[in-house]
Design a protein around this ligand. Structure first.
Ligand code: F3S
Length: 416
């Protein structure tokens, strides 16, 4: 890879051993991916979580050792002009009666968070940074972790980011550069799969179903959706999350909505394939059914807010719950960024949700924490997919209204 004299000096240790390691991560990754140079990047979304080691049987010492690596990263200031937000944690910094919210882990996570703030990170603790102020412009080069947010940034905002892991996103935050490959380059943003949407999408979760259906077909490719109206923020959030769940999608084009895909020709860069996949009403129904594996109607958890809920979603939930009560023994959790919950507090929404027996869960998500539950209902395809795979819970994925009806009744009531 061609490096500038300044970049080479950092690689050779001019900025100290940690920055040399960061530069080596970026250079080696770039070389494997065929990058020819590093390009400026002033927008990152990083992971700084200590994994659930104690809850899985590891000693607190092992956890401390892992946390030391994150603390080392936070001893170095974020590059000048870089907007660096932080992804979710594996714990919530609030009190929570769940074994995985281990006190040692919470303590370490608080220490890391304080160090991160001093280093210049914005500790948003959310998987949806675009809801809380990190909204890159069209064409802006970013380095984001969180697959759903990566798809959103590329497809809805027209920004450019490959899928990052911990190390590369931290390195990009400190050095202000990323290797140039993949969807950072025009030629790699060309659509690869044509999808005609014939189904009527009435709920945000229906957009999740479309994404889940398409992700399996697209693999690592770039689906192009035609006959699809401009999505709301919540619909786009569901589509992008599900695309990156059943497949390895980094971006999609929604013809007429994705900034660089105002026509089918533009989405395919002039080479429009004749073959297309059609997403029908039947495919919509079957996609919901394919993820459901519940063997009964009783339930103990209803999880909303995957990806993290918007303020509008919190308002809708509060309106639906006002004056009602969630069934005993059911955890109704709505995941949201702390900043979103602050706004909900100010609007009186949190109080309504809590009075009904629900909870707005911040900093994390139940999948990361592996909430113990036997059967859960969720309006997020990503949440249901991972809960089923990682916790062994039985799951039902459904639209938000059906989820709330189930929470109030304490049992699955069927689709709404
Ligand atoms: Fe966010 Fe967890 Fe869903 S990190 S995208 S709420 S699985």
């Amino acid at each position: 890879m061609d490096l500038t004299a300044e970049q080479r000096a950092v690689l050779e240790g001019a900025g100290g051993p940690y920055l040399a390691t960061c530069m080596r991560w970026l250079v080696e990754w770039g070389e494997v991916m065929g990058a020819r140079r590093l390009v400026h990047c002033h927008n990152t979304h990083v992971l700084l979580p200590t994994p659930n080691l104690v809850a899985r049987g590891a000693s607190p010492r092992t956890l401390e050792a892992f946390a030391d690596g994150l603390k080392e990263a936070c001893r170095h200031p974020v590059a000048e002009h870089c907007l660096a937000t932080v992804h979710t944690l594996f714990v919530t910094l609030d009190e929570l009666d769940v074994p995985e919210n281990n006190p040692d882990q919470v303590r370490l996570q608080r220490e890391i968070a304080e160090m991160a703030v001093r280093a210049g990170y914005l500790t948003t603790f959310t998987c949806a940074p675009y809801l809380v102020g990190n909204v890159p412009l069209m064409g802006e080069i970013c380095a984001w972790t969180e697959s759903s947010a990566v798809v959103y940034a590329n497809s809805i905002l027209g920004a450019r980011t490959t899928r990052h892991g911990n190390e590369s996103a931290i390195a990009a935050s400190l050095l202000g550069v990323v290797p140039e490959f993949g969807v950072l380059l025009d030629e790699n943003r060309r659509g690869t799969l044509r999808v005609e949407v014939a189904a009527e999408l009435r709920h945000p979760s229906d957009w999740g179903a479309l994404g889940y259906f398409t992700g399996r077909l697209a693999g690592l490719g770039i689906p192009v959706f035609e006959n699809l109206r401009r999505p709301s923020q919540e619909e786009a959030k569901q589509l992008c999350a599900a695309l990156a769940t059943s497949g390895g999608v980094t971006m999609c084009h929604i013809v007429g909505a994705t900034p660089e895909a105002l026509s089918l020709e533009a989405a395919f860069q002039g080479r429009v394939p004749r073959e297309r996949v059609v997403f029908t009403d039947q495919a919509l129904r079957e996609t919901y059914e394919a993820l459901r594996n519940a063997t009964g109607d009783e339930l103990d958890a209803v999880i909303l807010g995957c990806p993290h809920a918007s303020l509008r979603e919190l308002a809708q939930v509060a309106r639906r719950l006002e004056g009602r009560r969630v069934a005993p023994g059911v955890r109704l959790w709505i995941n949201a960024a702390r900043a979103t919950r602050c706004a909900a507090d100010a609007m009186g929404l949190t109080q309504i949700i809590e009075a009904a027996g629900g909870r707005i869960l911040c900093d994390t998500c139940p999948t990361n924490m592996r909430i113990p539950c036997r059967r859960l209902v969720s309006d997020g395809f990503k949440q249901a997919h991972y809960a089923r795979g990682m916790t062994g819970a039985e799951v039902i994925v459904a639209n938000t209204e059906a989820c709330l009806r189930a929470a109030l009744a304490g049992r699955w009531q069927g689709d709404a």
